[in-house]
Design a protein around this ligand. Structure first.
Ligand SMILES: Cc1cc2nc3c(=O)[nH]c(=O)nc-3n(C[C@H](O)[C@H](O)[C@H](O)COP(=O)(O)OP(=O)(O)OC[C@H]3O[C@@H](n4cnc5c(N)ncnc54)[C@H](O)[C@@H]3O)c2cc1C
Length: 428
């Protein structure tokens, strides 16, 4: 079985790995248009610190990624944010404290019974999302089937606002806590579908959030190696067409060529690629995408603009309410090296201007940024998700991003597709 995979992000690397473990005789070629693997998992080394600029953290309830990392014995570190604050444009409407007890009192004062409601809701939701991992081990031919079997269709069809209002949460809680959290993760608001919105809240129960030491790309390297995949970087797939039951893949590598495969797995959002698909079935409609810019600043933040006297008085993570700031969405201290030297991660709608940097920092020792023009789809409530089977033997991992865009969701989709291929193969 000759399989071509388009894209060497976590989806394509995961698909290679799972396919090889289910169908050991599969011969896998992975095409990546950039000069290295990773896709939206990308980082930079600054002063010996590896800092992620894209896919960074996974929650301990993300069973697939957590198990893979464990099985490869990759060392991880825990994402530890001692404090957070919610900024409304003129003041912090909520600031947590290093002592949980004090934070709890502040939360109670701000949101009253919604705090207990959140605890109960998160614990109930975790169990519900966990059902995704306890489905029967058969492959599913559509994501809608998976979502329905895990009893999550309603969450997909409702906005996060509708869902949480139905659960009894008040407006203050929604706009002053939930909106800032979703804004921080997705540069979107309460209109994201309920599944995506609830998934962002799972971290609020205090369970660990982790990242791979030295870079998440290390997992992808191991997945591809284990799959014995022929990884061809700087090989852009320009077209996929069908000829006599096989797929002809047109490439623009070092020299243009075409290659033929029994099966092709597309593991990139179709919207981010100019690849031409010549298939009998209809190609999924393009989805609007959200952009976002991640900036890493080594230096010292200006405390006064946040109403505090010293940079050390700033919360480790600042999230913002709707329209609090024109461009900046969040600012977090990644590494608190000393009172004078800190590394900050800033997430903004567009790249920060020089004037914005000068306002935000009293001193900038180094600055690097990554503008993501297609960070993730704009996540809206949906009755139906795009197809994962585009045509016979042509699969699409990133349909799943209409449900939620994360490292784990790409892996869930990739694993299901690998199972589907294996099941079709053994039925022949
Ligand atoms: C700023 C930001 C922060 C994020 N933070 C988190 C986080 O903390 N936790 C989390 O779980 N998720 C996070 N995500 C989401 C997560 O990074 C993505 O959902 C995930 O990495 C998507 O992986 P993928 O392999 O499906 O797609 P991609 O990573 O986009 O991979 C697609 C690959 O295909 C290649 N490609 C495209 N077209 C072609 C072609 N024609 N020929 C050959 N190759 C092609 C691309 O170059 C790319 O390498 C974040 C995303 C962003 C942008």
């Amino acid at each position: 079985m000759n399989v071509g995979i388009v894209g060497a992000g976590i989806g394509g690397s995961g698909a290679s790995f799972f396919l090889k473990s289910y169908v050991p005789q599969a011969k896998i070629t992975v095409f990546e248009k950039e000069n290295k693997i990773g896709g939206r998992i990308k980082g930079v080394k600054i002063d010996n610190h590896y800092i992620e600029l894209g896919g960074s953290f996974y929650h301990s309830s993300n069973e697939i990624i957590a198990k893979l990392i464990d099985s490869f014995k990759l060392p991880t570190f825990e994402y530890n944010l001692p404090t957070f604050g919610i900024w409304n444009g003129s003041e912090f409407i909520l600031k947590s404290h290093t002592r949980t007890f004090i934070t709890a009192l502040r939360m109670l004062k701000a949101f009253k019974r919604d705090v207990f409601r959140l605890q109960r809701f998160v614990s109930k939701s975790k169990k519900k999302i966990a059902q995704l991992y306890h489905l029967s081990s058969k492959p599913y031919s559509s994501l809608n089937e998976i979502v329905a079997e895990a009893h999550l269709s309603e969450w997909l069809a409702m906005s996060t606002r509708e869902l949480l209002e139905r659960e009894g949460f008040g407006e203050k809680f929604l706009s002053n806590l939930i909106y800032p959290a979703i804004h921080y993760i997705y540069n979107q608001g309460l209109e994201v579908n309920g599944f995506a919105g609830i998934a962002t809240l799972l971290a609020s129960d205090g369970s660990p959030i982790r990242s791979i030491q030295g870079g998440n790309y290390k997992l992808l390297e191991l997945l591809l190696k284990q799959a014995d995949a022929d990884v061809r970087v700087e090989n852009e797939v320009l077209s996929i067409s069908k000829d006599s039951g096989k797929y002809v893949v047109g490439l623009n590598g070092h020299s243009p060529e075409t290659l033929t495969f029994d099966i092709v797995i597309i593991s990139t959002p179709l919207e981010t690629s100019s690849m031409k698909l010549e298939i009998d079935n209809e190609v999924p409609k393009p989805r609007p995408f959200q952009k976002g810019t991640v900036s890493i600043v080594k230096g010292l933040a200006t405390p006064e603009i946040w109403g505090v006297k010293s940079p050390s008085d700033l919360p480790s993570l600042i999230m913002t309410t709707e329209n609090a700031l024109e461009n900046l969405i969040s600012m977090e201290i990644l590494i608190d090296q000393s009172p004078e030297i800190k590394y900050y991660n800033l997430f903004s709608k567009s790249p920060l201007s020089k004037a914005e940097l000068n306002q935000l920092f009293v001193r900038v020792d180094s600055f690097t940024h990554k503008e993501w023009t297609h960070a993730y789809p704009i996540l809206r409530p949906l009755e139906e998700l795009p197809p994962i089977v585009l045509s016979e033997n042509l699969y699409y991992v990133n349909a799943v991003e209409s449900l939620a865009s994360s490292m784990e969701s790409s892996l869930i989709s990739a694993k299901n597709i690998a199972m589907m291929i294996s099941s079709n193969h053994s039925n022949h």
